[in-house]
Design a protein around this ligand. Structure first.
Ligand SMILES: *Cc1c(COP(=O)(O)O)cnc(C)c1O
Length: 381
């Protein structure tokens, strides 16, 4: 993609770190593992991440959309894949034909699956989702008895096998929030209703990364780990140190170094003015590459082992850092965020500076101008 020996901007994903994280989480949880690879593997590359997760023993992969599930099949993945977000009229036929587990939230979705089964002549693998308090997707508790009855009737009729029943927590990153206990209790009640209707799912599941790590009672048969698989902390301030390693390093190449006089305003609007003569470095990435504009005057980047603060506004294609009199050569490596081992910031550091979560930092960084490379290093635990 880049004609240069060193890319202007690059995402480097360490698949060894990813495998290490998947294995560490599986060992910690003692449940079957679903690695969540939606949104292009949280920006890490869905297909590459999926292969690494399978190598590390992940028996399930989780994605949001049918298209994502089909992309995994097209890349040769033959294992269990669950998807959970459709709109009316979406093509369930292809998912069912490809042996993907689909999720129904409602009788209307069951009817769509039933029609697809009739067209394809293939029984579906169907999971049911109950809304236990997130108030996002999933059946309400009021609608649940009718949904499980209809799902059981369809199972008896041979239209599908109900392979799973699941829900999603609202506040697993705040382990003391009473919503966790309440959601788990509602889930247990919903499982009882499903059992009374005659359903015997292979997997009952509740936990995202935070619940998987912090809440043993929420692990059930399967845990759905996204962010922690990528080595990032799902519940900052609460997560024990499991030795997870951030898999993504975002880097750029220093474009220019220059001296400026005291009183020089930096970048649009001169929101930072040098209070002394200093040296500035031009880093050729900006919000067009997924650097949050809210990092203006807030974040740092790592250059030659030192953190260098962003001065002034982050632009579309570039940002400026304060080198404080040092003069690294243009062409020097700039670590935007990564493992933290080299003294450079992590995605969590950027998230805190931007007022967001690390999920958004890694998922949004990249795009058509950023090279993405997958490497496979040894993890030194
Ligand atoms: C994204 C997602 C996950 C993964 O959440 P993390 O916090 O990244 O572990 C799990 N389950 C569902 C339904 C999701 O949408």
């Amino acid at each position: 993609m880049s004609p240069l020996p060193v890319p202007r901007a690059e995402v480097v994903v360490d698949l060894a770190a990813l495998r290490h994280n998947v294995r560490t989480l599986a060992e910690h949880c003692g449940a079957a593992m679903m690695t969540v690879v939606k949104a292009d593997g949280y920006g890490h590359g869905m297909v590459e991440v999926a292969r690494a997760a399978r190598d590390a023993g992940s028996s399930w992969l989780g994605v949001a959309t049918i298209d994502e599930a089909l992309a995994l099949r097209a890349a040769g993945d033959t294992g269990r894949v669950l998807c959970w977000l459709t709109v009316p009229g979406e093509d369930h036929d292809a998912a069912i034909a490809a042996g993907v587990d689909v999720t129904a939230y409602s009788l209307a979705e069951l009817a769509e699956v039933e029609a697809a089964v009739a067209r394809t002549g293939t029984p579906a693998r169907l999971q049911l989702k109950i809304d236990t308090g997130l108030s996002r997707g999933g059946s309400t508790y009021a609608d649940w008895p009718a949904l499980v009855e209809a799902a059981r009737a369809g199972e008896v009729a041979g239209r599908w096998r109900v392979t799973g029943i699941w829900t999603h927590p609202a506040s697993a990153d705040e382990p003391d929030d009473p919503a966790n206990d309440s959601q788990e209790q509602v889930f247990r009640d919903a499982l009882d209703l499903a059992a009374a209707a005659g359903l015997e799912p292979e997997v009952r599941h509740f936990a995202n990364s935070a619940a998987a790590i912090l809440r043993p009672s929420a692990r059930f048969d399967l845990v759905r780990c996204g962010i922690a698989s990528y080595g990032l902390d799902p519940a900052p301030g609460h997560t024990p140190d499991l030795g997870l390693v951030p898999a993504m390093t975002a880097r750029a190449t220093l474009a220019m170094v220059k001296d400026v006089a005291a009183g020089s305003g930096v970048s649009y609007g001169h929101t930072w003015v040098a209070d002394r003569p200093t040296t500035l470095g031009l880093v050729p990435v900006g919000y067009g590459d997924g650097v949050p504009r809210s990092l203006s005057n807030h974040a740092s980047v790592g250059i030659a082992g030192k953190q260098r603060p962003v001065r002034g506004r982050v632009c579309m294609d570039q940002l400026v850092v304060d080198l404080d009199g040092d003069r690294p050569e243009p062409g020097t490596d700039v670590v935007l965020f990564g493992t933290g081992r080299d003294g450079a910031p992590t995605a969590q550091d950027w998230a805190e500076a931007a007022g967001t979560i690390s999920y958004e930092i890694v998922t949004r960084f990249g795009g058509s101008r950023v090279t993405r490379t997958h490497v496979d290093t040894e993890v030194r635990a």
